[in-house]
Design a protein around this ligand. Sequence first.
Ligand code: BYC
Ligand code: FE
Ligand code: FE
Length: 482
Amino acid sequence: MLDLINVDYSTQIPNNVGLAEDRQVLRGLERWHPGYLDWWKDMGPEGFQESLVYLRTAVSVDPKGWAKFDYVRMPEYRWGVLLAPQEEGRKVNFGQHIGEPAWQEVPGEYRAMLRRLIVIQGDTEPASVEQQRHLGKTAPSLYDMRNLFQVNVEEGRHLWAMVYLLHKYFGRDGREEAEELLRRRSGDADHPRMLGAFNEATPDWLSFFMFTFFTDRDGKMQLESLAQSGFDPLSRTCRFMLTEEAHHMFVGETGVGRVIERTCKAMKEAGIEDPNDLTKIRALGVIDLPTVQKKLNTHYPLTLDLFGSEISTNAANFYNAGLKGRFEETKIDDDHRLTESTYPVLKLVNGEIRNVDEPALTALNMRLRDDYTNDCAKGVERWNKIIAKEGVNFRLELPHVAFNRQIGEFRDVHATPSGVLLSDGDWAKARDSYLPSSSDGEFIESLMQPQTEPGKYAGWIAPPRIGIDSKSGEFEYVKIHE
Ligand code: BYC
Ligand code: FE
Ligand code: FE
């Protein structure tokens, strides 16, 4: 009898999908495994492959307790294939097949579309590990270093999740796609990762925290939409990935929160009231709030680009086919077909930014992006509460969606963070007041000195309120030389 909650360790690949009885898929994955380990050693965290890291490993998919914490050398991490338990009688919940039983096999007519969705999802996971591989060397504490590596090994597991689907359901072309996922490289001129944001650098820890706040949150939104899928194995995979994703966003939100807290406290101690007095604030060895805003201005638009064009026939086709739904699809009270309804889309009309009603089906990217923006805005308000509590007169804001975009309706225009359109010349003059300049970057880089003593934190970031797995702040989260 297959135990769908607990993980089977009898094969090299921990899983709850009965791999031991699925010889062909098991063999395929065992053949892929060495290439994965080579990739991890080449492109995973640089300089810490032999260190003992206090990591959580998924040992179950029981929501009441699925993780076990222990010291692990990262290359020995047990990356597993874990799907949320199958729901009895689950149906396709939207699109033209609404009401039909959810598919346990790939519907032939949707094979190409589904494979593409899975490959794009899979491609982002190793990309983020590549983008973050150099950050261990400048970690502000062992606690933060451990969180970085936790995120990294779980993104590795998310790659496994997609590779399992490719091997199990897509035969030879699935196996070829799985090979390609190990071949592309973030930022590589010849073999880049598929989506824009995953080819950008993550130069410092403030960028890492912004990335896990903003870009992992795109992960959340996309996974939520794919968790609605009528293709049941994809839905079950994404549902379990979402439980891990929560920690990644926690790392980002608390990371930025701790940067802000430290800056405000240092300003107060030094009697500095003006948040724009950069010279004095930077002399304290903390990151001024206007520069935090500039980092936010970098990562939010890059992530908005990951939602694709506002108007997209791809998105309409994914939905119609029952492959990719809306955020919280089953909680929405409408016909779940969207053939008659409209959705307001922000567009550029005769040089003005305006809301235009568009067919809801083709506006699904815009809708998901709006849901994402709402989710981000709540987090930004929690940051603003920290600033207000420290008595500093400053607010962080999400820039307007027309600001600094590469994809969609606003890709060819320049706009200020408040959404006023600018000429090319005015943009060139104003750019460095909106986005990090090279001197801002150099200043942040100058702060990125490692702090590897247990219980100590770099001067630009406050300690966390609580540790991981109820451990104390003094706990040695990474034993670097063991
Ligand atoms: N960069 O109709 P359009 C995560 C392409 S993050 C480059 O506008 P569509 C994670 C597009 O592929 C979640 N190319 O967009 C986070 C299409 O190409 P083709 C990842 C882009 O298809 C942190 C063309 O432009 N998962 O998990 O409706 C750490 C026209 O496309 C971009 C997913 O994204 C871009 N930004 O929507 C670790 C879910 N945007 O077909 C992990 C799966 C668009 O003409 N993906 N293009 O060659 C999707 O649902 C959709 O592919 C997208 C794009 C939402 C990404
Ligand atoms: Fe992921
Ligand atoms: Fe993530």
